[in-house]
Each structure stands twice: as C-alpha cells, then as structure tokens.
Design a protein around this ligand. Structure first.
Ligand code: GLP
Length: 244
C-alpha cells in the first residue's frame, strides 16, 4: 500500500495497532505485538503515544517483543534498543514493565543460546505475535537477519553485515564503535506472526524495496522471503515505492 507521505502512512499503521489492542481488550485478552526500532517506526510510536494521552488508548493488556538488540550492548547506553523503546514509546504509556520483552545485550556469551530459546518459548506461551512491524535495512535485512539467514531461522546471535555497521556508524560516533553482533528474532520467528507490516520511507529505501517486492526470493535479500507469506503488507511512501 502506497501513501503520499510517511506521516499519513504512520498514522494508518498506528491505527491498525490501536484497533488490535482495543479488540483484544474487549475480549479480555492480551495484544501481543512484535516491535521494531530504527528511524522508520518513530512516528508510529509518536501517534500511539498521542492516542494514549489524548484518546485514552490503554496499553495495560499489551505484551511486546522487540525484534533485536546489538550485542554486546549496555541497557543504559544511548544506542541500546531498550533506551530507544523507552524514549519513543514505553515511558509515555501505561504498559506494565513485566510485559516488555527486548533481547538482552548484557548477557554473558555462554548464556545467549538459552536466552534465545526462552525468547521463542515466551512468544509461543502468549499464543504468538498478533502483529509484527518491520523496517528494512539496506542489505535487505529484517530485524538483524542479514544476507545468508535461513527462512526457518529462530532467535539467535548473528554477525552484522558491513553495510549495516556503516549505516549505524553515525549513532555510534564511527563504524569502529558499532558492535559486530546482535541478537535477533529469526525469519521463522517473524513468519509465525499472524500479521506482518513492513514499512519503508524515502528514496534511500527505493532500491531495496524493489528487490524485496519484485526480486527473486533468496537468502541474499532476506526481506524477499516475505513474498512467501500471505499475511504481509508493505506500507510505503511514494518515494520508497518509486522504483516499483
Ligand atoms: C536496524 C534495525 C532494523 C531496522 C533497520 C532500518 O538495522 N535492526 O530492525 O529495520 O535498522 O533502520 P531505519 O528504520 O533507521 O532505516
């Protein structure tokens, strides 16, 4: 779906999230949301905060699982996805702290594998993700599933692509400071969500969006796997859609 600008598109996505939260609340159930970081979803979160403060949207029944976190990463570091999520969403709404799940960048290396299995188990225990929102990296990654990721991959420790580290260099004051690794939900984890929305804005993403939507399905561009799911929608602005 192509919208004239990212503001309009972000409000539509926020509205879809709010509708799931409200529907689940009327059923007395939890809304289980898979969340993303990066610049792309910031206005979606801003709109959700507005719906909370101005229209009384409650997050009491919301359980969240974030896609990924750099590794290693101190929870309090400016670049941590914990800090990002608190800044843009969690500190502004009434979500219960115990309902927030983000991969832990502070784990000892030997504890990472068990943590990843537990992350998968916990998502299943909540009945799976109602909705997963995604951005897309210029390597075609979703979460931090870089080129080479298997379609059935689960939550795991991965090495970051050089282009991804280059794109993150600004946030870290130089590429040398960007962690070499990350913990990410897998392609298989993402695929289990009942609904998936991938968002992309501006012409910088037009090339990779074209490959993801129209290119051959291949591990070289992990976002192409999304072509194989019935439950995926790409939400784009005109610029990101300009090469389609
Ligand atoms: C990071 C995140 C991804 C995100 C991507 C795009 O690598 N791990 O989940 O989709 O960046 O970022 P941006 O939205 O800033 O373009």
């Amino acid at each position: 779906t192509v919208y004239p600008d990212m503001l309009t598109a972000s409000k539509v996505v926020a509205g879809r999230i709010a509708a799931i939260i409200k529907k689940k609340a009327t059923e007395g159930k939890e809304a289980v949301l898979g969340l993303a970081t990066g610049a792309t979803p910031i206005v979606v979160y801003k709109e959700l905060v507005r719906l909370h403060t101005e229209e009384g949207l409650s997050f009491k029944n919301v359980v969240t699982f974030n896609l990924d976190e750099y590794y290693p990463m101190a929870a309090t570091a400016a670049q941590s996805y914990k800090v990002f999520m608190n800044k843009h969403l969690f500190s502004h709404v009434d979500i219960e702290p115990q309902n927030i799940n983000i991969p832990d960048g502070e784990l000892a290396q030997e504890d990472v594998a068990a943590f990843c299995l537990e992350y998968e188990r916990k998502i299943s225990e909540y009945g799976g993700l109602d909705l997963q929102i995604l951005g897309i990296g210029r390597t075609g990654h979703i979460g931090f599933n870089e080129p080479g990721s298997a379609p059935n991959s689960g939550t795991r420790l991965v090495s970051l692509d050089e282009l991804t580290r280059h794109d993150a260099a600004h946030d870290f004051g130089g590429k040398a400071n960007v962690p070499a690794k990350a913990i990410t939900m897998g392609i298989g984890t993402i695929f289990k969500a009942r609904e998936i929305i991938l968002m992309a804005w501006n012409e910088k993403k037009a090339g990779i969006v074209k490959k993801a939507v129209e290119g051959e399905v291949s591990a070289e561009i992990p976002a192409t796997y999304l072509q194989l799911s019935e439950n995926v929608e790409f939400v784009l602005d005109t610029d990101a859609a300009s090469l389609l």
